[in-house]
Ligand binder design. Structure first.
Ligand code: IPM
Ligand code: MN
Length: 366
């Protein structure tokens, strides 16, 4: 028999709950790999605050080189109160931005789904949120996160929102092409009534749409209105195209729809190597207690598999997550009423068991 394809994954647990949740994602990958005839290695590297403490920098050269040579990067989260007073390049978050930039991953994909099984955990009315299926396409390596001039001045400070036409064009293509494979609708978000950079954003997105994607419906919303619409009627959205800062804010907002930020995965692509991380942060208040929700990271691993072309395995992971929820397992953030919560590792094992088994069987309930 031929040797199976082996993927080398750079594993960056990072800070807070990062180690716990990525461990469960690797467990699930392990379970799904042999059933789908591939293998993988996961080498661990320092990132964020953990890297700062050990090496003095949040994104060590060794980590950079390993990520660039890998087939995919799986990241937990970075940051925490220990480093909150750090500034500039001593902030764990600056390491994450440098990683995204180093890999050139300009397209951040953040799917927000509200499975009917979880609609009751939502802070909004279940009939409003049930069935929500939005894909945020957030520009990730430009905008105000990276614009110059920036920094302190004699009497203040400045940050600059900068986009070139080329940067807007390439992210617009990603959004339109995703929409073609989904429901054929893009909502582009900007602040074109105030910001010149948004005026250009709107112009370029409109041009790309007219010239190359007449089959996709496009509309524009101002970011403040978009925020309201996401809460008021999330079912109206298909693909949401945004710049870096607006996408950061709107995706956290949308993450409240299914009731927990812990559910949301992300994939950052378009560069040399893809970066896969949950949308949630390091959640220092619950770190090390085995109570965090690993779903966002497990679903990020599914996106990683998709990016490697292992679509069947990716689907198996998603089905296993759904089946585990349907069987009644809930982590603490999802448990409502008298539902009992299971630990991070129990939830991960339940998903892994189901992912390994391509034929759904009568799964145990808690
Ligand atoms: C995210 C995070 C990061 C961001 C931080 C940690 C730098 O909030 O991935 O959404 O703002 O991009
Ligand atoms: Mn964020």
């Amino acid at each position: 028999m031929e040797n199976p394809t082996t993927y080398d994954i750079a594993w960056l647990p990072g800070d807070g709950i990062g180690p716990e949740v990525t461990r469960e994602a690797l467990r699930v990958l392990d379970a799904v790999a042999s059933a789908h005839d591939f293998a993988f290695t996961a080498e661990e590297y320092l990132m964020g605050g953990a890297a700062l403490d050990e090496t003095g920098t949040p994104f060590p050269n060794e980590t950079r080189a390993a990520c660039q040579e890998s087939d995919a990067v799986l990241l937990g989260a970075v940051g925490g109160p220990k480093w909150d007073d750090n500034t500039g390049e001593k902030r764990p978050e600056s390491g994450l931005l440098a990683l995204r930039k180093a890999l050139g991953v300009y397209a951040n994909l953040r799917p927000v789904l509200v499975p009917e099984t979880l609609a009751s955990a939502s802070p909004l009315r279940p009939d409003r949120v049930g069935g929500t299926d939005i894909l945020f396409v957030r520009e990730l390596t430009g905008g105000i996160y990276f614009g110059t001039p920036e920094g302190r001045t004699d009497d203040g400070a400045r940050s600059t929102m900068v986009y070139s036409e080329a940067e807007i064009e390439r992210i617009a293509h990603v959004a339109f092409q995703r929409a073609q494979r989904r429901h054929g609708h893009v909502t582009s978000v900007d602040k074109a009534n105030v910001l010149e950079v948004s005026e250009l954003w709107r112009e370029v997105v409109t041009r790309v749409s007219e010239e190359q994607y007449p089959d996709v419906e496009l509309r524009h919303l101002y970011v403040d209105n978009a925020a309201m619409q996401v809460v008021r009627d999330p079912q109206q959205f298909d693909v949401v195209l945004t710049g870096n800062l607006f996408g950061d804010i709107l995706s956290d907002l949308a993450a409240a729809l299914p009731g927990s930020l812990g559910l949301l995965p992300s994939a950052s692509v378009g560069g040399t190597v893809g970066l896969f991380e949950p949308v949630h942060g390091s959640a220092p208040d619950i770190a090390g207690q085995d109570v965090a929700n690993p779903i966002g990271t497990i679903l990020s691993a599914a996106l990683l598999l998709d990016e490697l072309g292992e679509h069947e395995a990716a689907d198996a992971v998603r089905h296993a997550v759904d089946a585990t929820l349907e069987a009644g397992f809930r982590t603490a953030d999802l448990a409502v009423g008298d539902e009992e919560a299971v630990s991070t590792s129990t939830f991960g094992r339940e998903v892994a068991t189901r992912a390994a088994d391509p034929v759904p069987q009568n799964a145990p309930t808690p």
